[in-house]
Design a protein around this ligand. Structure first.
Ligand code: APR
Length: 235
């Protein structure tokens, strides 16, 4: 069966995505040849994006974060737009994403579970006051609240737990789906990568440029660009 035929037959589709969904919007992923983790820094990016590093080297964290993790100009690509269209037509239940770039919402998706949080939500660690991504981008040094507290992005850093409600919502959607499309992810980071195991529906599809550990268990594997592939889909 083709991807189009599977989508035609399904009306409880869930999409599980990673950084590869945003590369066609100009945001590098992490582990590809040109990914963020392949770029040379004194301190490895995986270390700089850890909770320990945030609390022990906050100024250095923010220097890296502002430079590399705030793609506020990026626009949704064909993948984000097609998913928003599928949701609008009542065929897609939810998007579950590991991305923190907000592009699914920018494309119009409403039911989005952001497993690793979002750069668009930032809070003072002392009083809880909200700060926008733009305020963080414009700040210098360590962004502080008027109360003196340090502002932290609502992004799941290495060593931090995922949000319980987000996990519940994502797992409920995946276990209720009749079709799961997994795309743009190396499926190497847990617990996120483990959630796809909750799928019990009819069609398990993988759309990824490189092979993943899930390939052998899928009904359909498409090795290509997810934006290009989804742009061909008629809703
Ligand atoms: N279309 C399809 N697949 C793509 C595309 C594209 N346009 N661009 C890249 N890919 C694929 C790559 O082949 C790779 O397998 O997307 C995958 C991206 O994998 P990673 O870079 O590991 O990103 P991801 O799986 O989202 O990483 C998970 O790791 O560092 C943490 O929190 C971070 O959420 C991230 C998590």
């Amino acid at each position: 069966m083709t991807l189009q035929e599977m989508i035609n037959e399904s009306n409880r589709i869930v999409f599980f995505g990673g950084a590869g969904v945003s590369t066609e919007s100009g945001i590098p992923d992490f582990r590809s040849e040109d990914g963020l983790y392949r770029q040379k820094y004194d301190v490895p990016p995986e270390v700089m994006l850890s909770a320990d590093y945030f609390f022990s080297h906050t100024e250095n964290f923010y220097r890296f974060y502002r430079e590399k993790m705030l793609p506020l100009e990026a626009q949704p690509n064909a993948a984000h737009k097609k998913l928003a269209e599928l949701e609008e037509k009542g065929k897609l239940l939810a998007v579950v994403t590991q991305n923190i770039d907000g592009l699914h919402q920018k494309a119009g998706s409403k039911n989005v579970f952001e497993l690793h949080g979002s750069v668009y939500r930032n809070h003072c660690r002392r009083c809880g006051k909200f700060f926008s991504a733009e305020q963080i981008a414009k700040s210098t040094g360590v962004p502080r609240c008027e109360c003196g507290g340090i502002v932290k992005p609502d992004v799941v850093l290495y060593g931090e737990p995922l949000d319980g409600d987000t996990i519940d919502g994502a797992i409920r959607a995946i276990s209720h789906a009749d079709m799961l499309i997994v795309a743009g992810t190396s499926l190497t980071v847990y617990p996120a990568a483990g959630f796809v195991q909750c799928f019990e529906g009819k069609y398990l599809v993988l759309i990824n440029r490189d092979p993943t550990p899930l390939d052998s268990r899928c009904d359909l594997v498409l090795h290509g660009k997810v934006g290009e592939i989804l742009s061909q889909i008629q809703v």
